[in-house]
Design a binder for this molecule. Structure first.
Ligand code: CAA
Ligand code: NAD
Length: 284
């Protein structure tokens, strides 16, 4: 496989999962975070996930040690200089992503492929912020990354065929199923999922049912693994709010507009599981 060393930008919810699955698949993996505190937190999440897998008998202790041996962390970009693929999973903000790619572009080797895990930004505008738009794709993973099988592979008008072949091979090598998507905001899944999640909040605002009852109804009535409020807390209300704003800006349709309650919860610091409180209380 052309991709042997993987860089991951951001070691939050998604970056830590992407780094974990890449290292588990035998690839040398390096993650970059903003500062040592965030890096330590992200690495602790990976250690915890691997420990759980060992506990459950899904991973041998020696294999866990080998995975950790393939994994390293950094707060600088230089550590990503010899990566074949860099997957960016930082905050869902266009300016932050553009400035991060500009810094990465200066140190990454000429043949490196850049990928974004963006949920809602169009990939073309990110690719054009680099000197290598033909080597740029969207690789949209799903949460929790170690469990969810899908990766949406997003090509732009400029993406090289050879790059697409390499990233599809990478997805299969890490145990995922790639699905090809056009470069539209939200790709396939979020184009359909985000209006549903936002509509659940609107239903709550209208008093259709309580948080617990709406969740129970969608679980038992539709066979979904989680109700919409459990899922919102799981994804992160901050991330959902950024996604909704970007999709509303793109489509100008009410179904993508962030409901006032979502905005207020984010302003109040209720981000869901990651902050200890969202629509539910979570012990941290
Ligand atoms: N890491 C590793 N493994 C995990 C895990 C994690 N974070 N969370 C759960 N698992 C594993 C468990 O170990 C368990 O494995 P075994 O069956 O082998 O023991 C399995 O997943 C099932 O877990 P649980 O029994 O604890 O709980 P569950 O049956 O409720 O499943 C779930 C948990 C897989 C998260 C399930 O509830 C689910 O699929 N929820 C919906 C998730 C979803 O919709 N994700 C997409 C979000 S949208 C997105 O990602 C895109 C975006 O841009 C916002
Ligand atoms: P998160 O808030 O859990 O993590 C983001 C991390 O990026 C933080 O740890 C932050 O310190 C770090 N970061 C910010 N700027 C950085 C930079 N310049 N360099 C390195 N690290 C930086 O967010 P998340 O949920 O992991 O989301 C990350 C990306 O993945 C977003 O684009 C989001 O839309 C997308 N995504 C999220 C989900 C989800 O369910 N949460 C699913 C699929 C895709």
């Amino acid at each position: 496989m052309a991709i042997r060393k993987v860089g991951v930008l951001g070691c939050g919810l998604m970056g830590s999962g992407i780094a974990e699955v890449a290292a588990k698949a035998g690839l040398e993996t390096v993650v970059r975070e903003l500062n040592q505190g965030f890096l330590d937190k992200g690495m602790a999440r990976i250690h915890g996930s691997l420990a759980k897998a060992v506990e459950k008998g899904k991973l041998a202790a020696e294999e866990r040690d080998a995975v950790l041996g393939r994994l390293s962390g950094s707060t600088g970009f230089e550590a990503l200089a010899d990566c074949d693929l860099v997957v960016e999973a930082i905050v869902e903000n266009l300016d932050e992503k553009k400035s991060t790619y500009a810094a990465l572009d200066k140190v990454a080797k000429p043949g490196a492929i850049f990928a974004s895990n963006t949920s809602s930004l169009t990939v073309t505008q990110l690719a054009m912020a680099t000197s290598r738009p033909e080597r740029f794709v969207g690789l949209h993973f799903f949460n929790p990354v170690p469990v969810m099988k899908l990766v949406e592979v997003v090509r732009t008008l400029l993406t090289d065929e050879a790059v697409l072949a390499d990233v599809n091979e990478f997805c299969r090598a890490i145990g995922k199923t790639p699905v090809a998507c056009k470069d539209n905001s939200g790709f396939i899944v979020n184009r359909l999922l985000v209006p549903y999640l936002l509509d659940a909040i609107r239903a709550l605002e209208e008093g259709v049912g309580s948080v617990a009852d709406i969740d129970e109804a969608m679980k038992l009535g539709c066979g979904y693994p989680m109700g919409p409020f459990t899922l919102l807390d799981f994804v992160g209300l901050d991330t959902t709010y950024y996604i909704a704003n970007i999709m509303f800006e793109e489509y100008r349709e009410k179904r993508f507009a962030p409901p006032p309650l979502l905005k207020q919860m984010v302003q109040a610091g209720r981000f869901g599981r990651k902050s200890g409180r969202g629509f539910y209380e979570h012990s941290r």
